[in-house]
Design a protein around this ligand. Structure first.
Ligand code: NAG
Ligand code: NAG
Ligand code: NAG
Ligand code: NAG
Length: 574
């Protein structure tokens, strides 16, 4: 969907751009020391290995090996089983003959003694509860809330023309608190699904966009930590500089020139003020069918809005960002490595753009430092992640999110990086096996434990950047201990995560009954017949949403015509 609209709007530019960008890419690397020949060879090898990988998965070359591996595991588990009182019964007696295979003994997790089967069952049950079903009414409510947010942003644009006229937002399912983007959770008020909201989204709103460059984007990283950058407005035209001057910190050079650095905190100040103003305006003349604004709160640079629509409460975490087409020079080397997505999606899809988020490093200057974000690429990469691993990731996230996120240490974003690394490390044939969710879950916990103990968690796109650099030894040890208690009894922790998910759903249902949602069944029903196109759009979205439960939606919207947003729905990633 999105792509179609995108092409429709940007067709000539897009083609021209991606072509040129590739050329540039080569030039850049070659100048960086590696010869042109070496680049080409590397590229060719990569293709070949991707082809080999495809071949392997086609003929399941690894399957016998893996089966052998499983057999071994089963064999090793057998003595442990027979020594566990009470667990016997179904298991055949293990003879002293150690070479004898015991085909019927259930596979166990060495550390906890839990049956792998049971873990798989629990993960599946958890996924079932997490995957919220969208009925028609819910779909309409989502649509109404989304429309409201987009009209609101259109009004913010009109207010002072600071926002780009034709803008492109990225809407992700899951809030910032769920680790959808790499931002610190410590600064956010805690909200809980069920108690405070029913559905959560993150919306990245480009305050500035640099979409007309055809080269690897070189950022000013002289003053900032790795993976972070300052942004000088020198890259932009005079008009843009004048518009945004008041959201910049000013640095005077010795030669008399003045440099404006786009400030994340000042931009967030401005954004929050503008949004509050617009919302106050809207609430002055309430209309039927328009969502209730239940909360507007700003923590650090994130603006959280809770909307009540019919029987649902939607949490929108709105984040002002800077949007770039292309790929940053600092992440160029990542493109030269082999990756799990090779041959599955195109490079153009993966490196179509990146963002600067209003977040700084532990040592950086809050007023000037932005953080690189590859959210757009992550949405693409997710298409290549196996269902088993994805389920395991969601379950693992639920196990650790409360345990490890406070005091500030591990966020779900760390876990997601580990998952991406695992995809690169392990063959797809292994990760994609049915009933492998338990292995993936235990593996992710082990990976995380390793990260804590060694205090390293390399960013997936910029591996030189250690996302746990700031962690103190004490904090790392504290969290490692908590995590090892999870690892010792994953089943029990999963059961309580399931209970938690169940309770949240119950709360939502109760609130809907109490709220008498029966009469809010269609928030759009009171729009007149003159709104025919909107209705068609609503139907289309409704269809999209019901066909794709729990997925991310990418949106293109032109604030000059906020009535017609264009969107694409992706698998829920976060
Ligand atoms: C162990 O098993 C092997 C074959 O699997 C058999 O030849 C051997 O006699 C067995 N030894 C004992 C002590 O049962
Ligand atoms: C977040 O902001 C709200 C007001 O907007 C404030 O009441 C709350 O204490 C803040 N939370 C944190 C964790 O700073
Ligand atoms: C442990 O951390 C150091 C740097 O902190 C890193 O160089 C090393 O590769 C890490 N070890 C492993 C096994 O990841
Ligand atoms: C709900 O609305 C319908 C009409 O759409 C009306 O007939 C019904 O009485 C209303 N129920 C309540 C509880 O207000």
């Amino acid at each position: 969907m999105w792509q179609v609209f995108h092409l429709y709007l940007y067709f000539p530019l897009l083609f021209w751009f991606s072509h040129l960008m590739l050329v540039y890419l080569y030039l850049f690397i070659c100048r960086g020391g590696v010869s042109a020949r070496a680049c080409l060879i590397k590229k060719r090898n990569r293709r070949r290995s991707a082809a080999a990988l495809r071949w392997a998965s086609q003929y399941s070359a690894c399957a016998p090996l893996l089966r052998f591996h499983r057999l071994l595991l089963a064999n090793m588990a057998a003595p442990a089983l027979s020594s566990r009182a009470g667990s016997a019964g179904s298991s055949p007696t293990a003879t002293p003959n150690s070479t004898k295979l015991v085909p019927h003994s259930p596979e166990l997790d060495f550390r906890s003694g839990t049956r792998i089967e049971e873990l798989n069952r629990l993960i599946a049950e958890f996924s079932k509860h997490e995957q919220r079903e969208y009925d028609d009414q819910r779909a309409l409510e989502i649509h109404t809330a989304k429309d409201f947010i987009f009209s609101m942003l259109g009004m913010v644009q009109k207010l002072d023309q600071k926002l780009p006229v034709a803008n492109e937002y990225l809407l992700l399912s899951g809030g910032v608190r769920e680790g959808v983007i790499d931002m610190d959770l410590d600064e956010l008020t805690v909200y809980a699904r069920g108690a405070d909201y029913d559905m959560d989204f993150t919306l990245l709103v480009p305050a500035l966009k640099l979409h007309d460059r055809n080269q690897p984007v070189t950022l000013d990283m002289r003053h900032s930590a790795l993976c972070h950058s300052w942004l000088s407005l020198r890259l932009f035209d005079e008009g843009t500089i004048n518009k945004w001057k008041d959201c910049c910190t000013v640095v005077d050079h010795v030669n008399g020139a003045t440099n404006y650095f786009f400030s994340p905190t000042l931009v967030a100040d401005w954004f929050y003020e503008s949004i509050s103003m617009v919302l106050a305006e809207i609430q002055k003349k309430p209309q039927r069918g328009v969502p209730r604004v239940e909360k507007v709160e700003r923590n650090a640079t994130v603006i959280s809005i809770i909307l009540g629509v019919g029987g649902s409460r939607m949490l929108y975490d709105v984040v002002p960002v800077v949007s770039f087409k292309g790929w940053p020079a600092v992440a160029q080397s990542w493109l030269m490595e082999n990756h799990f997505w090779d041959g599955k999606i195109t490079e153009e899809e993966v490196i179509s753009g990146f963002y600067l988020l209003p977040a700084c490093s532990s040592t950086g200057q809050k007023e000037n430092e932005w953080r690189l974000s590859f959210a757009r690429s992550e949405v693409q990469l997710k298409k290549c992640i196996s269902a088993s691993l994805m389920q395991a990731y969601q379950a693992c996230k639920a196990l650790i999110i409360k345990l490890l996120s406070r005091p500030k240490a591990i966020s779900p974003y760390h876990l997601r990086s580990l998952m991406l690394w695992a995809c690169d490390r392990l063959p797809h044939t292994y990760l994609a096996q049915e009933d492998y969710a338990a292995h993936c879950l235990l593996g992710l916990i082990d990976d995380l434990q390793h990260c804590l103990v060694n205090k390293t968690c390399p960013n997936y796109f910029i591996p030189q950047c250690n996302m746990l650099e700031h962690l103190s030894d004490d904090m790392a040890m504290l969290h490692a201990r908590k995590l090892s208690s999870v690892r010792s009894d994953p089943a029990e922790h999963l059961r309580s995560a399931i209970e938690h998910a169940k309770a949240a759903s119950r709360l939502t249902l109760e609130l809907q009954w109490r709220g008498g949602s029966s009469n809010l069944s269609s928030p759009l029903s009171d729009t007149g017949a003159d709104q025919q196109p909107d209705d068609r759009l609503a139907k289309k979205l409704q269809q999209l949403v019901t066909e794709n439960p729990g997925k991310s939606i990418s949106v293109f919207i032109n604030p000059d015509d906020v009535t017609r947003p264009h969107f694409r729905i992706d698998d829920k990633f976060f």
